[in-house]
Write a protein that binds this ligand. Structure first.
Ligand code: GLA
Length: 716
């Protein structure tokens, strides 16, 4: 049983395969967090320490102050001066104080009111803790949903207003974890457009360190994923706690080290971009955040995250081979039309591609990025015989068809905006700021979502679309909605995301055979919320292979390769560069963005061979276990491999970084190889014993820029 309640001790114990999490009800009201770490049956009892200036209830002393012991959830204004998980305003003070009431343990999980959530399986169990605050008239339910096989526990909360008057949620952090130590480094992923997910690691310090987004999207600037690891942690050694948020909008991750050197981790919606008014009888359900623990280094934490994402987040369609696409963007930009793309489809089919993806530029007056967004019907100059006839011509070439959409946006120069200026987010009396010449549609307004549904339904009716690339190319400023009253404007960021998820759900049910690739100017929404909507995410608009090596290595800390869409682009018909770009791109799900009409037969033959080779090992990246040998943010080269769980196949990639001037020899230990097996290198046919591979394979990296190795081993 993954969840137990010890009645005598009033102790809740959650066990995953390798970890234990425990807390107790103390003083008949507080939830004292006692343990999260390596799986154990020996749990510590609560311990108390007197700290002055710590407020307490009558009948107790400073040692029983909520300010000094580790808790499961902390409330603003109720004596815990550390950053709080919940601030609820019923009387103007924001003070709330919930008291333990009851619990329930059940199989499976509950749905999260229109939010993405990890999929349950037959082993999933949930602990529900109910607390109450009779002064503000609310019930609080804390949920712990346990995915024991992959060592992940998720947390989310529901607030029910059972009183008679409105309450306003002013801060909401569904995940809170208190640890009674602070000797950790914090790992986070920062970046910008075209430079996503840079690895950053720094020791914790007293006070609050945070990553966040106030942009309405999880953002290129900070990914919601963070980890805390012991100072000595590396891939194979040390303790690591990993955290992530199943949500795609603004967020806040706070890590605080208090006066006693204890650490509090909070993850959630924060307060800057979030408030929510609950009328009498209403309830609010938060998004969920997840945590995992590893006692054997960062590599194991990564395995937990990868296994969790594949088994519980990605749609089942993501577990089948992903199509190798030829995307038109970097080849054509807006310069597309029916004749040109039918030629693309013919050549693409002959070269072995699975699919042609028609990117931006096919709709409304979209001849450049200053017009057309919002007008979701085909441009008649480019597609004179209509979309349906065009798509049937593409299919007649024997290739699948994908199409680009950016539903959440509108150009002021569009029919939609001229008809409905009030459908763009804006604040009364203020000029709405533009970004990429566009404004953001008010997805918090159900009329806007309904309109988009009706329009896409009309445009795509009867057309067999296999793939949508769903983009989002600006962040939100001046967030205000004409659809909601003044005192609910703080809800717009959150309601926007729920509108977006509703539209995703509609696409999924209306086009059940199609898959979705999500994108936000590359990796601007590279998060678990989006991963549940689509089979993969366009990792970055930056397709330079040197930069991609870095971006992909950092993304892999938290997200499996199955989520990472990686394209070969612009090889300038330079064969060596093409090979190097390909070896970088097969770090994830392969695709191409280049002008196939300009390509020599020789280049097309090379691409056809690459696609065929990729298909022989694609399953390793998509479903295999990932091992990082040398991360490019720590070494002057990149080396990693994938292994099938039964160690029958291994795929090793070694990439030299840009600017490396000296030849080097590396010895790479493939410890996942089975010492009892003999492996053959699929290309050279050379044989190696598993013991040899475990002991170290010697790889020479030349000093020339484009050195890359890809070795596929199969057990005999
Ligand atoms: C974004 C995407 C690109 C492409 C363009 C089209 O930048 O990341 O891949 O689709 O939009 O405008």
């Amino acid at each position: 049983m993954s969840i137990r309640f010890d009645k005598q001790k009033k102790r809740f114990v959650i066990n995953t395969k390798h970890s234990t999490y425990a807390f107790e009800v103390v003083m008949d009201r507080y939830l004292y967090h006692t343990y999260y770490g390596k799986r154990t049956s020996v749990l510590p009892d609560p311990s108390y320490q007197v700290i002055s200036f710590a407020p307490y209830l009558e009948g107790y002393d400073e040692s029983r102050s909520p300010d000094v012991f580790p808790q499961e959830c902390s409330f603003y204004g109720s004596g815990d001066f550390r950053p709080n998980a919940l601030r609820l305003n019923s009387d103007g003070t924001g003070v709330c104080d919930f008291v333990y009431d009851s619990y329930r343990i059940f199989n499976g999980r509950v749905a999260l009111d229109g939010l993405p959530a990890a999929r349950a399986d037959e082993n999933t169990r949930t602990l529900e803790i109910t607390l109450r605050d009779d002064v503000c008239g609310c019930r609080l339910k804390l949920y712990y949903t346990v995915f024991a096989d992959v060592d992940v526990i998720s947390r989310y909360m529901v607030i029910e207003n059972v009183g008679k008057s409105d309450v306003k949620i002013e801060k909401c952090m569904p995940l809170m974890l208190d640890l009674n130590r602070s000797d950790f480094d914090m790992i986070s992923l920062y970046g910008s457009h075209c430079r996503e997910v840079n690895y950053q690691r720094a020791p914790l310090h007293h006070g609050t360190q945070s990553v966040y987004s106030k942009r309405g999207a999880s953002s290129h600037q900070y990914n919601p994923f963070i980890a805390l690891c012991s100072h000595n942690a590396n891939q194979e050694r040390g303790e690591v706690y990993g955290f992530n948020f199943v949500y795609s909008g603004s967020f806040l991750d706070e890590v605080d080290v208090d006066q006693r050197g204890h650490t509090r981790v909070l993850m959630g919606l924060g307060s800057d971009c979030f408030s929510y008014t609950l009328g009498a009888g209403e309830r609010f359900c938060s998004p969920e955040a997840i945590m995992t623990y590893s006692s054997t280094g960062i590599g194991t934490m990564t395995h937990h995250m990868h296994d969790f994402v594949r088994a519980h987040i990605l749609p089942p369609s993501a577990l089948a081979p992903h199509p190798v696409v030829l995307n038109t963007w970097e080849a054509c930009y807006f310069d597309i039309d029916e004749d040109r793309l039918v030629q693309f489809a013919k050549q693409a089919a002959q070269t072995g591609f699975d699919m042609l993806v028609m990117d931006d530029g096919w709709f409304g007056m979209r001849n450049h990025d200053r017009a057309g967004l919002g007008d979701w019907y085909e441009n008649k100059n480019k597609f004179p015989s209509g979309l349906a006839s065009f798509v049937s011509k593409i299919k007649a070439e024997g290739i699948q068809f994908g199409i680009w959409v950016e539903p959440e946006m509108v150009n002021p120069d569009s029919e939609l905006y001229r008809a409905h200026p009030e459908w763009a987010l804006r604040v009364n009396g203020r000029e709405p700021l533009r970004s990429r010449h566009q404004l953001v549609l008010d997805m918090s307004n159900p009329d806007v979502v309904d309109y988009l549904i009706a329009q896409f339904d009309k445009t795509f009716k009867g057309i067999e679309i296999d793939y949508f690339k769903w983009d989002m190319n600006r962040h939100m400023s001046n967030v205000g909605s004409a659809a909601w009253p003044e005192d609910q404007q703080g809800e717009i960021f959150f309601r926007y995301m729920k509108g977006v998820y509703r539209l995703f759900d509609w696409f999924a049910s209306r086009f059940p055979k199609a898959v979705i690739e999500t994108c936000s100017g590359g990796g601007g929404r590279y998060d678990l919320g989006m991963m549940q909507q689509g089979i993969q995410i366009w990792t970055s608009d930056n397709t330079n292979p040197y930069d991609r090596t870095m971006i992909q290595a950092s993304a892999l800390i938290a997200y499996p390769a199955a989520t990472m869409s990686c394209h070969v682009s612009n090889p300038h018909e330079n064969l060596r560069s093409l090979d190097y770009r390909y070896k970088v791109a097969v770090g994830g799900m392969l695709g191409y963005e280049l002008n196939i009409l300009n390509m020599s037969e020789e280049v097309k033959r090379d691409i056809a061979a690459q696609i065929a080779q990729y298909k022989s090992f694609e399953h390793l990246m998509r479903a295999g276990d990932y091992y990082c040998l040398a991360a490019p943010y720590e070494y002057d080269y990149s080396a990693y491999y994938y292994a099938t769980p039964d160690a029958s196949e291994l795929l090793l990639t070694v990439i030299e970084k840009a600017g490396n001037k000296k030849p080097q020899t590396k010895r790479l230990k493939l410890k996942a190889a089975d010492p009892e097996k003999t492996y053959v290198d699929c290309q050279t046919k050379k044989q190696y014993s598993g013991a040899e591979l475990r002991d170290g394979l010697v790889i020479d990296l030349t000093c020339d820029y484009d050195s890359a190795h890809l070795l596929h081993f199969k057990a005999l």
